[in-house]
Ligand binder design. Sequence first.
Ligand SMILES: [Zn+2]
Length: 658
Amino acid sequence: VIVAFILIPFKSEMRQEKNSIIGDEYRWPKTIPYYLEDSLEINAKGVILKAFEQYRLKTCIDYKPWTGEKNYISVFKGSGCFSSIGNRRIGKQQLSIGANCDRIATIEHEFLHALGFWHEQSRADRDDYVEIIWNEISQGKEHNFNKYSDKQSSSLNVAYDYTSVMHYSKTAFQNGTNPTIVTQIPEFMNVIGQRMEFSDSDLLKLNRLYNCSSSLTFMEHCSFEKENICGMIQGSDDNADWQHVMKANGGPDTDHTNMGTCQGTGYFMHFSTAEGSVGSKSYLESRTLYPKRNYQCLQFFYYNSGNENDELNIHVREYSDTESNGTLKGFGQIKGKPQNYWQFYQFNLKASNKFRVVFEGIKGAGVSQGGLSIDDINLSETECPHHIWHIKNFTHLLATSSPGTSGKIYSPRFHSKEGYSFQIGLYLNGTTTNPGNLAIYFHLTSGDNDGNLAWPCPWKQGTMLLLDQNPDIRHQMSNQRSVSTDPNKKTDGGYFWDNPSQVGNKVTDEDGNTFFRGPGEGTSSFLTHERLRSRNFINEDSVIFLLTVEGKQYTLGRGESLQLCKKNVCENDGICVELDMKPTCRCAVGEDWWYFGERCETKGRKEDTVITAVVSSVVVFAVMLVITIISTCCLTKKYKKKSKHQGMILENDHHFLY
Ligand SMILES: [Zn+2]
């Protein structure tokens, strides 16, 4: 990736204005009203909503659709990614998520600007940590390396952070091939410029600036390192106990958190099935928790060294006024052959009252040399990713693969909730044009449900996340990329996202089954090997990808409500949007049906006639495209005029991609 950044200078304003982030007038309320403009790419809209979820998980900042509040952030597709610094109190404050800005860390970065942060290398003390190589900077771009004094900007008593998501990379604005930023500590040369996730210091600063004491969706984390085991308790109506151990007979020999690397630490919980009678059970229950959202994702690592008939059941014990002992509700079960490694599991829970999470171990029939173990639990009020791809012996794979398609491996085939079959392709050593990087691609594959699905596949968003196996979800810096299936995208001989049996290649999997694999969309620069080896991306010589495919909502301007639209009623779940100062309906589209008409009053169906369906959807998308183009132009013009008038300070990041 070549990442470059441009700061648009509004010279006179910059000197006159008190443009520092110091000052309460630049703060937003903790819940920020936002509006997603129609001009945004559909994939970008989905990623923006994911970025908001990271803010909700790791900070006290929340976002809500604008409903007429005085000041709000209007997110639109401008040329590049940019934002002003802090709350300018100008009503509609624009933030651009342009082409190639649809990555979660880029969006987090822009919103950090809006929340009041300059780049990390603009800090008053930056010369102690980096050297700016002025003669390597493209002419006219020097202002991007401005420094702001400690009267203008505060570092909030947090040390300089080379790993900040707000730091430029060494290649920013270079006029040749030499770096423009050299780190005083050489080891950080390839660390600066990360765009994976918030760093711990980014979060510390944001949480200090906004006096955060808790987050909206985080609930609990436990790596069992402390003797109080995070307030977890042994159940009373059972006949065995979970043990707090560093090693279990029969395995595992180490915990998952530290993998035996730290002496004197490294605990996990173990339920032995080597003794006791069949059916004996043991409950491990979390402290009481109080939900806000009524849905939760439980993630943890599990090790089975017992017998394949042993079970781990996941329950929620939910309390109500009439049930003071709580009621147990089951949300999942793990059963299967013992494995000699830590496996990653996740379960969606639904608790709407005070509750505990309950791990129930049950000894099954048969001989056991070991038992069941759990470690590194995280619970948050989020939706779990849908699928897990666990790749073992990863360093061996990396060492023995060559760049290009011969080094490309594929995930198993998974099904989306609506029935689309898909697969992830991973170039371990990069593509031939971009070696040394993980490259990742999302492919549709043929499946049993294909006859019942809409083709070309309309606007499904596939998200591919490489898990940072840091035990605490709040400190994880996972790397992810999303792609959306644009039903109008063309490929040789048809539509890119059409039925894979039409546009794909016939392939044979390891079990000898044949199927069709469609073309893939993704990136050749998912993650450099250097970053891959950092943090906890590889743990126990495994990497874990979490995959999600989400639905139709991105065709609609989700979460948008407008003044003009208050009078306009769209029918059948159509959403009202403002277009040229007129309310306009965006109608709902399903797998094999769609609404049309001024108020979405008429329903069309695939069965009506296939030809009509194809023609209509093409027309609908063509119209959408025209609308997008027009509104982008209009916005750009308006924006230019306004920004001069308002004297905004703009900071512009252009991210170019190869
Ligand atoms: Zn920036």
